[in-house]
Design a protein. Structure first.
Length: 248
């Protein structure tokens, strides 16, 4: 992950993260305690510590207060990204649509917003849960759209993401013969993508029982890829819905 976080982007991210930390914690003591939650080393008392290691250096000022700016700059790109996610700082270089998506969800889809926020915060710490919750957030969006009285198809609550996508594509008429072949292919591809996301949640995460031999997604970059995909699909479905079914 470190090689994906460019030095230029880290410089920008430090500023956002530092502001978020001070917004959350008002004293140097609280800030220090928070930073130490991320700090790791292999120091051992009664040892020469020839192979001493720490994931970053905590810098202090002359008065022993933490120098937050310098400390953040000592961190690796991946650690900085983890803190940004933990604090809810937008990371547009990794999930470009997040700010727009969160705003749309907060305004129109409260349940999906809460679910997606939980997913976003666990991208790095628990990829399986993040993928599962992202899948659930997309389901919530589609269910909320299908509640519209102007839409004929209704759901009973037990539909999978694949089934919900099939219904909404039919209602949106994205695979009808009136469209060019290319549009119909994109509509069919959307169904295939959502089915794949659902399969990943079921087969490649710990949302369902797994054995030691089963493959689980645990690389953060793949989780970012999946969450990016869901945000793009969610934004499109919401935009199409608002265009074709404008509020009275």
């Amino acid at each position: 992950m470190d090689e994906l976080v460019s030095p230029k982007y880290q410089m920008q991210l430090v500023n956002s993260v530092e502001q978020a930390i001070w917004d959350e914690y008002k004293t140097y003591k609280q800030v220090r305690l928070y930073i130490y939650k991320w700090y790791k080393n292999n120091f051992e008392h009664n040892s020469f510590n020839n192979d001493y290691w720490e994931n970053f250096q905590i810098v202090e000022k002359a008065n022993k207060e933490i120098d937050l700016t310098s400390t953040l700059h000592n961190m690796t790109g991946s650690d900085l990204l983890k803190i940004a996610i933990d604090l809810g700082v937008d990371t547009p270089d990794f999930i470009p649509s997040i700010p727009t998506f969160k705003n749309e969800l907060k305004a129109n889809y409260k349940t999906a917003y809460d679910t997606f926020t939980k997913a976003y915060k666990q991208i790095d710490t628990d990829p399986s849960t993040a993928i599962g919750l992202t899948n659930s957030a997309l389901e919530s969006i589609i269910k909320e759209i299908l509640k519209d009285d102007r839409i004929s198809s209704k759901v009973n609550g037990g539909e999978t993401l694949y089934k919900l996508t099939s219904i909404i594509l039919k209602e949106f008429k994205l695979t009808n013969d009136e469209h060019p072949k290319e549009i119909k292919i994109i509509g069919s591809s959307l169904l295939a993508i959502n089915q794949t996301i659902e399969n990943l949640r079921s087969e490649k995460t710990n949302f369902h029982g797994k054995t030691d031999d089963d493959y689980l997604i645990n690389d953060t970059i793949y989780t970012f890829f999946i969450v990016n995909t869901v945000t793009t699909i969610g934004l499109f479905l919401n935009s199409y819905y608002k265009t074709k079914f404008p509020k009275p």
